[in-house]
Design a protein around this ligand. Sequence first.
Ligand SMILES: C[S@@+](CC[C@H](N)C(=O)[O-])C[C@H]1O[C@@H](n2cnc3c(N)ncnc32)[C@H](O)[C@@H]1O
Length: 383
Amino acid sequence: MTSEPDTQPTTVPDAIAAEPPSTHGAEAADLPGGPARRRGPLRAGERVQLTDTKGRLHTILLTVDGYFQSQRGSFRHTELIGKPEGTVLTTATGHQLLALRPLLSDFVLSMPRGAAVVYPKDAAQIVQMGDIFPGATVVEAGVGSGALSMSLLSAVGERGHLISVERREDFADIAIGNVESWFGGPHPAWEVRTGDLADVLPDAVEPGSVDRMVLDMLAPWENLGVAADALAPGGVLTAYVATTTQLSRFAEDVRATEAFTEPQAWETMVRTWHLEGLSVRPDHRMIGHTGFLVTTRRLAPGNTPQQRTRRPAKGAYPTESDWTPEDVGERAISEKKIRRVRRDIHRRAEIEQTGMASRPGPRPDEERAVSQDASELLSHPED
Ligand SMILES: C[S@@+](CC[C@H](N)C(=O)[O-])C[C@H]1O[C@@H](n2cnc3c(N)ncnc32)[C@H](O)[C@@H]1O
């Protein structure tokens, strides 16, 4: 995207000033990030996502004096301003470019980032499984680049309250820039506080007044005490962590507080599909790992978790300091199995060295059995 130096005087089409159509009255048109920014003809100052014929994406801000230039076509922005979304523009060089307003998921993946963002697939899970509802009071930490904040704000709506806490001023600044860019200005339900969650939260909310809480940070277990104080009975606490070691630490520390229900953990994998004629199959590449999600709910104060009737798996909680294979859920390997594997390995080495399946001088009745055994070893060297 470039601005052409010798810009010709242009007239702004009437459609720029036109109000977008609203099906549910004027109130809906005013909602932050709502219909006024999502409907009607493309306007100057708006973000547009261009898709070229190779499927490559370019995000531009439409301006009355702007000029888009790429190897796959160039045009003046005024050629798009006033046109409906979904316009396929044919450039002077015959290239075709599709113009659409980016969806929230497109915006999150193209916006400037300070910290890693919560991917759209996980944000969707957090909103659904973390039960973020319209009008809810939600606490989120950290804010990072503000990706999750946008989904949380969309879910709580303008009558909800999202308190987002970030320990780094610079990240908070990036997040505010991204969120305001998406919603077209400050969101009425959003409050950003900088500082460490454990220090900020007790002053930010009344005890027991928070409906939902989402922790996306390195050490969420450090904030279980303040989370327990802030959450209302039944309130949902969701944590998003990148590694199994964090997941395990968080779950065990949740249990140790005796203030929450049994934690539930999961991950989501999204596999996109190639759709072309008879070639309908999963794409070869996918995002294999983003993070793990874990939710738990606040018990009523003074109550402790139910005693579990199903006992933990043997070895799940080691008594010795050294971990055993059972501690991490591995099946123990019997001495007999190990002896067999070692025998097989020696036998394989023998065959590899001699190039013969049968040992010298077996009895005729043994020969068949030995050579069959050897061919198994060669085709399935691993157990
Ligand atoms: C992975 S980023 C969050 C990304 C964000 N959820 C998004 O979608 O853009 C983690 C953030 O948590 C912040 N953080 C870590 N520990 C914190 C704490 N105890 N209190 C407040 N912020 C914290 C970090 O500075 C960092 O910006």
